[in-house]
Design a protein around this ligand. Structure first.
Ligand code: BDR
Ligand code: CA
Length: 328
């Protein structure tokens, strides 16, 4: 069993990552911690509860974390994820479950309690930086941190060089890179950009819903609509990039990606703020602090993602994915 905490900012693709983890029998989600990113942490927590209700797993605790980045003024991504963070679906809130406070203590207590606990961080790294700042020794009892963030050879999505999670809280991200003594895996845009929920996949989800009335399929179609429209307006692409679930995919099967160990820092000011600076040529003669993923088998990931969500459709998913006629 893989014990994990998911630190996230749901968020459309965060919600997909949560669903994938919660639907994976070999993963035990011990808690969900929320950071401000795509939306403010208080809104993100409400969205995490909506996902938990969908899966009938409201027993999993949700902790609300930092309301703002360490130093920078907070900027949301509501233009991309919608005013509610879930593609303006405005799904009814969960009223009968309380979210908790105390993210830092929850992570530290869990690090002591569980052997081999992984943190999968798919939002800005503010919560993690504050946890390390409070008790670095205990934080380093964790097994590893798998994070979605940064861009190595790929371009940014907030500036020519910066990826959103690092751009929102570059000080938090840099602090984590500089103070972590356990394996850190960077699932950045180099690999996540390859993970596109194309119109064909969305049609497959529509068909699954029509046939089986599986509410998860409907939820995904509904929340990604806004995201798809955003991608078309922004970059003239069809479908949407779903970054965050790849971090869960890597946790489940690291052989779907490959990469190299490097020393990485995050730029904290100026035009390149939020850039992940990867020291490929070893200019700084520093020990590598991060395993940077550079390649992914996107099709294998999509099979893994969809079959975990809809195990009864395993055969159909494989047929659709392996049929060249669909161009996916
Ligand atoms: C990251 O930024 C957010 O908008 C997504 O949820 C993802 O974590 C991609 O740059
Ligand atoms: Ca995210």
């Amino acid at each position: 069993m893989k014990n994990i905490i998911i630190d996230c900012d749901p968020g459309i693709d965060d919600s997909l990552a949560l669903i994938m983890a919660l639907k994976s029998p070999e993963i035990n989600v011990v808690g969900i911690t929320i950071v401000s990113g795509n939306v403010h942490a208080s809104k993100g927590a409400k969205n995490a509860l909506k996902v938990l209700r969908l899966l009938d797993m409201l027993h999993i605790p949700v902790y609300v974390g930092e309301g703002k980045p360490l130093v920078r003024e907070f900027v949301t991504a509501e233009d991309t994820h919608g005013e509610d963070g879930l593609g303006e679906t405005f799904i009814e809130e969960v009223y009968d479950v309380e979210v908790k406070n105390g993210v830092v203590d929850f992570i530290l207590e869990s690090a002591k309690r569980y052997e081999n606990l992984t943190v999968v961080a798919i939002g800005p790294l503010t919560n993690l930086a504050l946890t390390i700042e409070k008790d670095r020794e205990t934080f380093n009892k964790l097994k590893e941190v798998i994070l979605m963030g940064g861009a190595f050879k790929s371009h940014g999505n907030c500036s020519p060089v910066a990826e959103f999670n690092f751009w929102v809280d570059p000080h938090g991200a840099d602090y984590v890179f500089k103070n972590i003594d356990i394996p850190l895996i960077m699932v950045g845009l180099d690999v996540t950009r390859e993970i596109v929920l194309t119109p064909n996949y969305i049609e497959l989800l529509n068909q699954i819903y029509l046939e089986s009335r599986d509410e998860i399929a409907k939820f995904i179609v509904d929340i990604t609509r806004f995201y798809v429209d955003f991608h078309w307006k922004q970059e003239r692409t069809l479908g949407c990039v779903i970054n965050d679930p790849l971090a869960i995919g890597y946790l489940l099967d690291s052989s779907i990606c490959s990469g190299e160990d490097y020393f990485v820092q995050v730029v904290k000011n100026g035009e390149a703020i939020g850039q992940s600076m990867v020291d490929v040529a070893d200019f700084y003669r520093e020990k590598p602090n991060c395993h940077v993923l550079t390649k992914v088998d996107a099709k294998r990931f999509m099979v893994m993602f969809l079959t975990r969500l809809f195990p009864n459709y395993k055969k159909e998913i494989e047929v659709v994915l392996n049929n060249n006629r669909y161009g996916i």
